[in-house]
Design a protein around this ligand. Structure first.
Ligand code: CUA
Length: 410
C-alpha cells in the first residue's frame, strides 16, 4: 500500500479519534475533577503525562531522526555494514540513571497521591455504606457513628453534603461491582464479604454521574451512579426527611393511593421492597435467613443463591425524593426546563409533583421490568438465580393505583 493511500485511510480515522475526545457535555470526564480526591488524581495525571510526553517525543523523535539521517542513500552501498562502535561510558551511564530518576519521581508522586486518597475521614464526617447489587446501588447511612449503617437506607442516588469529606465503606451483596463517580474520585471495587474504605468529596452542590465499572452480569451497563451533593443545610433537611416513616391506610379507605398501598402490601412488591413504617416486620432480623444478615461486610456464607437474590430491592420509603429509578437508568422527572428548575429534589407542591412525574416511564417499568432493562426474568433450576425485578403481571388498574401510592412516598 502506498504511503499516500495509507495516509488517506488513516487521516480520517485520526480525525474521528481526535473529535471523539471533544465531547461538549461529558458528565463522566475524569479530567475535569470537581472534588478534592478527583483533583488529587488529576494533579498526578498531569505531570506524569508531561513527563511521558517528553520521553515519547525524545525517544521516538530520536529514532525517526536517526533512521532518516543514516538511511541507505544509494543502491551501490545498500548492503554495506555501517561502521560499528562499542562502548560509550557517558551515554550508557546516562541512559541508565535518567530513566531510574524519572521512575523515582513518578513513584514518589504516585505513592503520595494514593496516601491522600485513603486518608481517614474525620470523626464527624458523614459515613455511608455503599452496597453493590445486581444491578443497582444501595446507600446506607451511619448517622450516630456507632458503626451500623441503618439510620437511612436509600438507593440509586448517593446524597452527600458538598465541600465535606464523606467516608464510604464499599461492599457487595452478590458479585463484584466497581463504584466510580469520575469527577469525585477514582474507582473502588465492591466485593462480597469485604468492606473497602473510600472517600468522596464534591466541592460544589450538584449532580455527579458515574457507573458500575466491573462487569457484573446482564445489566452491568445499566447500573448507574448518581451522586447528589447538597449545601449543608439542605443535606440536614434531607437527613431529617429521610427518617420519617411512611403512612399506612385504613381498611375502609377507598382512595386510589390506599388501593395502591394494598396492591403494594398484598402483591409481591412488599416481599422485596421495604417501606419503613409499612412492612418493616417482614424485614426484621428474625425473618431474614442468617447467612443473609451476615452477607454485608461480615464473613457470611451464602448457601442458597435463590434466596440471596430475594428481599433485595431498593428501599422505597422516600421513592419520590429521588430523581431516578431502576438502578438510576430512568429519570423519574420529566426532562423539561420547568421541571429541572424545581431543583435536585422534588418540590413540596402536589401540582409540581403531578406535572413533572414521568408517569409513562414508571408505568412501563411496572408493566414489564425485564423488557425495560436486561435482566434474567426466568429462574432456571440449578443455574443462576433470578436477578432484577420480575414481571408481576399487574393490571393497568393496579399500575395506576401503585403510581398513586408511590407518589405519596416523598
Ligand atoms: Cu455492577 Cu457492573
Amino acid at each position: 500500500m502506498s504511503v499516500l493511500r495509507r495516509a488517506r485511510l488513516l487521516g480520517p480515522a485520526a480525525v474521528v479519534a481526535l473529535l471523539a475526545a471533544c465531547a461538549g457535555n461529558a458528565p463522566q470526564d475524569t479530567l475535569e475533577p470537581e472534588g478534592k480526591y478527583a483533583k488529587d488524581i488529576d494533579n498526578l495525571i498531569s505531570p506524569i503525562f508531561v513527563i511521558s510526553g517528553i520521553v515519547f517525543v525524545l525517544v521516538l523523535g530520536g529514532a525517526v531522526l536517526i533512521a532518516i539521517k543514516y538511511r541507505a542513500r544509494d543502491d551501490e552501498h545498500f548492503d554495506d555494514m555501517p561502521h560499528q562502535v562499542h562502548g560509550n561510558n557517558t551515554l550508557e551511564i546516562g541512559w541508565t540513571i535518567l530513566p531510574a530518576l524519572i521512575l523515582g519521581v513518578v513513584g514518589v508522586l504516585s505513592v503520595a497521591a494514593i496516601f491522600n486518597l485513603y486518608e481517614e475521614p474525620p470523626a464527624d464526617a458523614v459515613k455511608v455504606q455503599v452496597v453493590g447489587q445486581q444491578w443497582w446501588w444501595e446507600y446506607r447511612y451511619d448517622l450516630d457513628g456507632d458503626g451500623s449503617y441503618e439510620e437511612i437506607v436509600t438507593a440509586n442516588e448517593l446524597v452527600i453534603p458538598s465541600g465535606e469529606q464523606v467516608g464510604l465503606e464499599i461492599t457487595s451483596r452478590d458479585v463484584i461491582h466497581s463504584f466510580w463517580a469520575p469527577k469525585l474520585n477514582g474507582k473502588r471495587d465492591a466485593v462480597p464479604n469485604r468492606s473497602h474504605p473510600w472517600n468522596l468529596q464534591a466541592d460544589q452542590p450538584g449532580e455527579y454521574i458515574g457507573q458500575c465499572t466491573e462487569f457484573c452480569g446482564l445489566s452491568h451497563a445499566e447500573m448507574r451512579i448518581k451522586v447528589v451533593a447538597l449545601e449543608r443545610d439542605d443535606f440536614d433537611q434531607w437527613v431529617t426527611d429521610q427518617q420519617v416513616e411512611a403512612e399506612t391506610y385504613a381498611e375502609d379507605d377507598t382512595s386510589e393511593e390506599a388501593e395502591g398501598y394494598r396492591v403494594f402490601t398484598q402483591q409481591l412488591c412488599a416481599s422485596c421492597h421495604l417501606v419503613a413504617g409499612v412492612n418493616d416486620d417482614e424485614f426484621s432480623d428474625e425473618s431474614i435467613p442468617e447467612f443473609h444478615r451476615d452477607s454485608i461486610g461480615g464473613p457470611g456464607t451464602i448457601t442458597d443463591p435463590e434466596l440471596q437474590a430475594s428481599r433485595h430491592a431498593p428501599n422505597l420509603t422516600h421513592f419520590m425524593s429521588r430523581s431516578t429509578f431502576a438502578g438510576a437508568k430512568f429519570d423519574l422527572r420529566r426532562d423539561t426546563e420547568e421541571c429541572e428548575a424545581l431543583g435536585v429534589r422534588w418540590a413540596e407542591d402536589e401540582d409540581d409533583l403531578e406535572r413533572c412525574l414521568d408517569r409513562g416511564a414508571l408505568e412501563a417499568w411496572m408493566r414489564n421490568p425485564p423488557a425495560e432493562k436486561a435482566m434474567a426474568a426466568e429462574v432456571v433450576p440449578g443455574r443462576s438465580p433470578r436477578r432484577g425485578m420480575p414481571n408481576l403481571e399487574l393490571t393497568e388498574e393496579q399500575i395506576d393505583q401503585l403510581v398513586a401510592y408511590l407518589s405519596t412516598l416523598k
